[in-house]
Design a protein around this ligand. Sequence first.
Ligand SMILES: C[S@@+](CC[C@H](N)C(=O)[O-])C[C@H]1O[C@@H](n2cnc3c(N)ncnc32)[C@H](O)[C@@H]1O
Length: 264
Amino acid sequence: MDLEELLLCPYSKNEVEISHDDTVYVKNSDRTYPIKNTIINFIPEINDEISNAYDKVSSVYNSMLTSSNIITKLYNSVVWGLNDQDYVDHVLSYIPDDFDGWILDVPAGSGVFTGKKYSNLKDAKIISIDYSYGMLMEAKKLYQMNNIQNVTLIRADVANLPVKSSSIDLLLTMNGLHAFPDKIKAIKEITRVLKDNGDLIGCFYVKNKRKLSDLFINNVYVRQRSFTPPFYREEEFVKLLNENYKFIEKNNKKSIFYFYSRKK
Ligand SMILES: C[S@@+](CC[C@H](N)C(=O)[O-])C[C@H]1O[C@@H](n2cnc3c(N)ncnc32)[C@H](O)[C@@H]1O
């Protein structure tokens, strides 16, 4: 299956045609979607508090997340009691370097953690979806710098994915579920696009593990709109996923739950 065959209009569910004039045409419809800086935008009309919050932090996001200086290191050790790198490398290690198939990465963010991994995934075809154009522009720069050519960047909503059902071999969702406003819809969409026996891999914030993290999230991140309640306890999420997935591995580091599961 090529990219054009795999995508669809998120509203009409019609097939699409990707044209060289930087436009995606929806078949049997007048609807079109723009492509700007190689990013396909399936939600050009959306400019809300969440997309704005991430657009605003996109240029400093990488240094915040990687604890690249003493201030961000200190900040992360207070808020999380750990570095993101402590668990993202483990999550990404679930994907074998010789993986051959379609990977959907949602939310892709700025690509800060995936750049190195994607350089090794020579046989994979990767779709990176995010809600924030600013974050996708950062990912574009990073992937270009690393000469990564097998990634398509798409702006879309995880709750209404522009992707055909049962078309994805592996879905990666890192640090995203706590940001999505409609978590049930997001999980439903993720499950819809994933093939049977496809892998769902990810990590996100779970509540009631570390008081200081819960305090920061409820008083700072929620106000910034970078995190959106309701938040899950680990057991609640496991119960929710158990319906359609079997866990191959699940664990947590402080407030971060990470897992490797397979669709039944
Ligand atoms: C904390 S970042 C994580 C990004 C990346 N996976 C990482 O680990 O660095 C959360 C991302 O979720 C995106 N996001 C929020 N709501 C979304 C939605 N409804 N659909 C898709 N992405 C969304 C934000 O734009 C942001 O880039």
